[in-house]
Design a protein around this ligand. Structure first.
Ligand code: NCD
Length: 306
């Protein structure tokens, strides 16, 4: 099995065996996360970030540097020729000639797939629109696998802005490859889109949509929570009405299993109380750190150096 030259657009495009390969290589990469493994030394990776990012961009850049490669790119489209009216297609055509691999983040659904149609170099989707963020899903699955020794058999709750958070949808798509019980928890206004739920129900025998965490708190192994995605609301008054509708704190998880863990792709706003940070449930900072070995593994597999 080889991932050489593969575009990474959606987690749906990856088989369970391919994910296992990425996780196996990520396990090997753990020992290099604070030193260099110079296997990418003649490669240049472009980071095209058309939307804000901290973790995704910095962990991609760190991963390239730890592998001995070099990065070019922008984290703010206003300082590139986009500000002069250059189209996405032209930007991709240019960068394709400069870099061996392109990581793109974009506000529009489908932007990464469109870029992949234009570019000859492989494209990695660093999050586009409200649906796909495949490398986030990979590191989320990797985090669970490391914590529980596997993913099958777990009861996983995804909670929050399921309508707009691409991290939630991608994580759910990733879980659909495993034998899990899945509970989707959100206020009615923020339910997961029908097409995503229909797909999940086709793949998984046990998918439930509920409104209150308290109904399942005793049974869940993982709670995956996201912030309300303010930037996806056309109407900010709508956002204001919704933004405080859910919150996870010590009180909300007091009846949980001791082994229950909380994941969050971060950044958090008010939905995840810092009082949970020092409890054994908090796995989100470890989750963010796991972005490095997982992205090191993925980049080296795609570049054919692993
Ligand atoms: C997420 C994103 O950009 O989709 N952040 C991330 O990549 N870790 C989540 C978010 O912005 O809420």
């Amino acid at each position: 099995m080889s991932l050489k030259g593969r575009d990474v657009i959606s987690i749906k495009d990856f088989s369970r065996d391919e994910l296992d390969l990425i996780f196996k290589v990520a396990d090997e990469m753990e020992q290099y996360t604070n030193k260099t493994l110079p296997i990418l030394s003649d490669k240049i990776v472009a980071m095209l970030f058309f939307e804000p990012s901290t973790r995704t961009r910095l962990s991609f850049e760190t991963s390239v540097l730890r592998l001995g490669g070099k990065c070019i790119g922008f984290s703010e489209p206003s300082i590139s020729s986009i500000a002069k009216g250059e189209t996405l297609a032209d930007t991709i055509r240019m960068v394709d000639g400069y870099a061996d691999l392109i990581v793109i983040r974009h506000p529009l659904d489908g932007a990464a797939r469109y870029a992949a149609e234009i570019a000859e170099s492989p494209i990695i989707n660093g999050g586009d629109g409200s649906t796909h963020h495949p490398t986030q899903a990979m590191l989320d699955l990797y985090t669970i696998r490391k914590k529980f020794g596997g993913i099958d058999g777990l009861h996983i709750a995804i909670m929050g802005d399921l309508a707009h958070a691409r991290a939630s949808a991608s994580f759910a798509y990733g879980l659909s490859k495993y034998n899990v019980k899945l509970t989707l928890i959100s206020p009615p206004q923020l339910r997961m889109r029908r097409e995503v739920v229909d797909y999940l129900k086709e793949k998984l025998p046990n998918v439930n949509e509920i409104e209150r965490l308290s109904d399942v708190i005793k049974d869940v192994d993982v709670i995956y929570i996201t912030r309300v995605q303010k930037e996806r609301f056309a109407n900010l008054e709508e956002y204001e009405k919704i933004k405080d509708l859910y919150r996870l704190d010590c009180e909300a998880v007091k009846n949980a299993k001791e082994s229950m863990v909380i994941l969050h792709p971060l950044p958090r706003v008010t939905e995840l109380s810092p009082e949970l940070d020092n409890t054994p449930h908090a796995l989100y900072f470890q989750q963010a750190r796991n972005g490095i070995p997982v992205r090191m593994a993925l980049i080296s597999l795609i570049m054919g150096v692993k």
